[in-house]
Ligand binder design. Structure first.
Ligand code: ADP
Ligand code: MG
Length: 699
């Protein structure tokens, strides 16, 4: 679609703006905007023939209207369709409801029929006056937003579907191989026509579980687009140049291994070799290092840094929070500075909260190259930071950084002596293990190294699920731990969208624990505190003077205090499984037996729901991060894992990696073939499905 000339460009209406916000700009975007579900308005059923739980459309006469106040204000309308009666129940209603639903009126109502003690009801049904034509196809219900009414969107989609270019981008070879994976050979046009406007005789079940061949066809297309975009990004990157960083016998990495107080695990050795191999090449490394919490990623990062420094280059390590950055800094200074000092080099430190003078000092060290390693927060990527020769960028907890930030770090290396553009090598780290299907689909452009074993001597963490009603017992347990010289984390509930509430909760808990545990220093850490204050609290906790640390979540994933042996997570039911697992990983880092208490709060007067309880039970059953990630993917979908990547990268809209592995396998084979043999169609296919969003995949 071409943009209209400025003269006849009309301002966008509110629904148009809302459509743009949903990414529905081109005709093809609308054509590929598929229904979430359908409503069957093609038939009127008799109440006598309908079963409870069924979506029904009925027509009848209003025989009674009543507003009651018990148990709360509601409008009850009795409808008689000649075969039986049923009650329409509204908890929110307006005078217009009562006007239309007057005694004697003939009404058409649609909703889910519920059986019940007081007779059958439709809760908040859609309704209008009876009569009027019945549509001859199922009515699509599209994903939409509050500013975009369903009927408007329906019309827009129907119009766009007629105009859009739906010619095949898949060459016959790929259609053939796809035919071996999915039933039926649907063209794109047929599949779209069918899914937008299925006939009245179609089974809703087959449509809604998305196993239908038309759905399969679209999901395959979508996965292909995603794979094509990622393979393209990878190719572009492979054409770039990075400094080769060979590992030298007897060099810094070997010296570092010599001074470490422990030997590497086999997994740490393996991933370090994978990284060293990448670094020795002139193609920029683009590798994700994944390893469960506590698996020892930091030392692997330090070894990579040592390789870069040994080859005469600079290295940067960026962490998402100041506390994390500080911990890394402390560790890396301890390990590396004794080795760097004889070379006249040091480790620099950069954060947003730094005093101006100190910051300038650091900037000078970095520009001159005296700082061989720079550790810090987002401050590392700011414009004023000029590296002399950055060759390796390390990003910890990578999912907490955005695409733009990763790009900024990569741009910190300029041209080489010959004037050709150079890129630093990039190593991203994450403690949220990514399930295999997800890694293959979203991270197809990344090389992945996995640390799949923990250092020896860790005692497994025992996880208990308890109700908040046993709070006193839990506090008793804290007292016992502290009496033995151990330390305790207490993580406060995450209240979505309300930082203020988060805070008042944490403050209240802090007061409660301080009072219940006289003689114990109880600290408080939350995101609103000034960095210096946070730092002071954290250092008292790592130093061992503070027995209990109350903290709001999210902020401090990754801290390392081996003496902490108990973690209490309040309102555990509000967290994702992977998040709980990460939090839990803060304990069990030393030799002491460690425990994690997942405390849940049942809703007012009720019991915690079955799914919620099952999720918490799963946490108690396994300590295996991969298993937990797999379950989390099932329950919550991929958003959790992709983190910031999600903001730019096209999330899959239709394909579901837990059920569509066969389509993903097909797409992974098809994509490189198509790029090699049908590059023009490949480009068209990417443009059709991803529009401009594919640029984000390059980060
Ligand atoms: P994470 O992978 O979660 O970032 P860390 O790098 O913080 O884990 O390591 C967790 C703890 O384990 C640290 O105290 C670290 O010094 C220690 N550690 C790392 N590797 C080993 C090893 N091979 N043997 C013993 N301890 C180790
Ligand atoms: Mg870490």
């Amino acid at each position: 679609m071409t943009a209209p000339a400025p003269a006849d460009r009309k301002p966008l209406s509110a629904p148009q703006k809302a459509m743009h916000k949903l990414g529905l700009v081109r005709d093809i975007d609308l054509a590929l905007h598929l229904p979430l579900r359908y409503e069957d308005e093609t038939r009127i059923v008799k109440l006598r023939d309908a079963r409870d739980g069924q979506m029904v459309q009925i027509e009848g006469t209003v025989t009674d209207v009543e507003v009651t106040y018990r148990p709360r204000r509601q409008l009850l309308v009795t409808l008689d369709d000649g075969s039986d009666t049923c009650t329409l129940r509204f908890f929110s209603f307006y005078p217009s409801h009562q006007k239309t639903l007057a005694v004697g009126a003939r009404i058409r109502a649609r909703g889910e029929l519920r059986g019940g003690f007081v007779g059958r009801t439709l809760l908040h049904p859609a309704f209008k006056l009876a009569g009027g034509e019945l549509p001859d196809a199922l009515t699509p219900v599209y994903p939409t937003s509050a500013q975009l009414p369903q009927p408007y969107l329906r019309k827009a989609v129907a119009g766009a579907l007629g105009r859009a270019d739906l010619s095949e981008t898949l060459p016959p070879e790929l259609l053939r191989s796809l035919g071996e994976v999915v039933r039926g050979s649907w063209t794109l046009r047929q599949a779209l026509q069918y899914l937008h406007h299925p006939g009245p005789d179609v089974s809703l079940d087959a449509l809604e579980d998305r196993s239908h061949p038309a759905w399969q066809r679209l999901k395959a297309e979508e996965l292909l687009a995603q794979q094509l975009a990622q393979f393209t990004a990878k190719r572009e990157r492979d054409a770039l140049r990075a400094p080769a960083l060979p590992t030298r016998a007897g060099g810094l990495p070997e010296q570092l291994l010599g001074v470490l107080p422990f030997g590497l695990t086999a997994a740490q050795r393996r991933v370090s070799e994978e990284i060293a191999r990448d670094l020795s090449r002139t193609v920029p490394m683009h590798r994700l290092l994944q390893g469960d919490v506590g698996s020892g990623k930091t030392v692997v990062a330090a070894l990579a840094a040592a390789i870069a420094i040994d080859a005469g280059w600079q290295c940067a390590l960026m962490a998402p929070t100041e506390i994390l950055a500080e911990q890394h800094f402390g560790k890396l200074v301890g390990w590396l500075e004794p080795l760097l000092a004889p070379l006249g080099k040091r480790v620099a430190w950069l954060t947003g909260s730094q005093k101006k003078k100190q910051r300038q000092e650091m900037l000078d060290l970095i520009a001159s190259g005296e700082a061989a390693l720079v550790v810090g927060t987002h401050a590392v990527i700011q414009d004023q930071v000029q590296f002399k020769n950055l060759a390796l960028a390390l990003i910890d907890e990578q999912h907490r950084f955005g695409v733009a930030q990763r790009l900024a770090l990569r741009s910190k290396l300029g041209a080489d002596e010959q004037g050709a553009a150079q890129e630093p090598h990039l190593l991203m780290m994450t403690a949220t293990p990514i399930p295999r299907t997800l890694a293959m689909s979203y991270y197809a452009d990344l090389d992945v190294s996995t640390i799949d074993e923990l250092p020896p001597g860790r005692t497994p963490i025992v996880t208990k699920v308890v109700s908040d009603s046993r709070r006193a017992e839990v506090i008793e347990r804290i007292r016992a731990q502290v009496a033995q010289g151990r330390q305790v984390y207490w993580v406060c509930p995450l209240i979505e969208e309300s930082e203020a509430l988060d805070l008042s909760n944490a403050t209240a808990t802090h007061a409660e624990l301080s009072e219940a545990l006289p003689g114990v220093l109880v600290g408080l850490l939350h995101s609103r505190m000034a960095p210096a204050e946070k730092k002071a609290v954290m250092s008292m906790f790592s130093g061992g003077q503070m027995g209990v640390l109350v903290s709001t979540t999210v902020i401090e994933v990754g801290v390392d205090v081996p003496n902490a042996s108990l973690m209490v997570i309040e309102h555990a039911e509000r967290f994702g499984l992977s998040q709980l697992h990460q939090l839990r990983g803060r304990v069990g880092r030393g030799a002491a037996a460690s425990a994690c208490v997942l405390m849940y709060t049942p809703p007012d007067g009720g019991r915690l729901g079955e799914t919620a309880r099952e999720r918490l039970r799963a946490m108690a059953e396994t300590n295996d991060g991969f298993e937990i990630a797999r379950r989390d993917l099932e329950i919550r979908g991929p958003g959790e894992f992709l983190g910031a990547r999600q903001s730019g990268a096209p999330l899959l809209r239709f394909a579901d990696l837990t059920t569509d592995g066969h389509l993903l396998d097909w797409a992974r084979e098809a994509a490189p073939w198509m790029l090699a043999h049908r590059p023009v169609q490949a480009e068209q296919h990417i443009a059709r499905w991803l529009g401009t969003r594919s640029a984000y995949l390059k980060a």
